[in-house]
Write a protein that binds this ligand. Structure first.
Ligand code: COA
Ligand code: MG
Length: 286
């Protein structure tokens, strides 16, 4: 199935150790959840978080929310136990941190047969290998790990994210070349709604499918930013109508709002309507 056939506008991290947040997430209007066993869980809490998360996943219904578990790296002392817990409890996908090589994905694929794989893109080596990683037959999506990446690059945090732009767009190209999902990094200042909106819109304009989030207060902004707007839907409908009419008149191009509309614009217009339709379907089902 096409990994991009479902919306990934809002992808919320939840520490696997926080029972209250795990419970609360069942009522939040998120497209996907990343249940975290890696960096959001302190070392001394790792085993307890794994057990709590496995029980939670096995015993609770998360409805339409796509359930992704972020495990610890397989080179750590926790990674393989995390995967064993996922095999028992069940999850929709497994997310591996700091992925750099296809060999890491092969090892993960073997450990969780049949489960779709996701990769954190957060090291210079991983970013440079994005094409090969995105081509992996089991890989379904990238999540940008912008905090780790900024640390590794040694760049400054800037509101325009200029130092990260090459990495973000490189991963997007790889994701699109191989038809997988691309989710943008987190916005750390979780009480700054205006800043979040700016960064969501930047990510959307670049081409990301959605944004990874750290707090419930960020969900509405992401859902709104990554959905087609009323204006975009209206324009798409008018482009399709105008183009149909032009074709009936034996012409290959139409003009809408003073702009040329060719076949390729119709492909985009149909994609916009399809995406809006999928979001409406998901919201009706949840
Ligand atoms: N998912 C689901 N629910 C969450 C949540 C999350 N990521 N973060 C907070 N909540 C819940 C809280 O449990 C609380 O619920 P309640 O009102 O029912 O008690 C409510 O939202 C309000 O939380 P708040 O008090 O505003 O947040 P906080 O100060 O307790 O926690 C953070 C702030 C940033 C520590 C917390 O949001 C968090 O742990 N986020 C995830 C961090 C993470 O996973 N990082 C790894 C990837 S970068
Ligand atoms: Mg990280």
């Amino acid at each position: 199935m096409d990994p991009r056939a479902r919306p990934f506008r809002s992808v919320l991290y939840i520490p696997g150790s926080k029972a209250r947040a795990l419970e609360k997430a069942r009522t939040l209007p998120v497209d996907a959840i990343i249940f975290d066993l890696e960096d959001a869980v302190a070392i001394e809490e790792k085993p307890a978080a794994r057990t709590l998360l496995a029980e939670t996943l096995a015993g609770n219904d998360y409805g339409t929310r796509y359930r992704i578990v972020r495990v610890n790296g397989l080179e750590t002392e926790w990674g393989h136990d995390d995967l064993a817990a996922i095999r028992r409890a069940g999850a929709d996908a497994v997310l591996l941190p700091k992925v750099e090589t296809t060999a890491q994905l092969d090892a993960l694929a073997e450990a969780v047969p049949g489960v779709p794989l996701w990769a954190m893109m957060e090291t210079p080596k991983g970013i440079l290998n994005a094409d090969a990683l995105a081509a992996h037959p089991r890989l379904e999506g990238f999540v940008m790990g912008t905090n780790d990446l900024a640390k590794e690059i040694g760049c400054r945090a800037r509101p325009d994210r200029l130092p990260l732009m090459a990495s973000l767009t490189h991963c997007l190209l790889a994701a699109r070349a191989h038809g997988i999902v691309a989710v943008d990094g987190v916005y750390n200042a979780f009480r700054d709604e205006d800043g979040l909106r700016d960064e969501c819109e930047q990510g959307r304009d670049l081409g990301f499918d959605g944004k990874s989030l750290i707090h419930p207060a960020q969900v509405a902004v992401a859902n709104e930013s990554f959905a087609p707007t009323e204006e975009e839907i209206d324009l798409a409908e008018r482009q399709i109508a105008a183009y149909d009419e032009a074709e009936r008149a034996g012409q290959g191009v139409a003009v809408v709002d003073g702009r040329i509309v060719e076949n390729l614009h119709i492909v985009t217009a149909r994609d916009t309507l399809a995406k809006a339709g999928r979001i409406a379907e998901l919201e009706a089902a949840s």
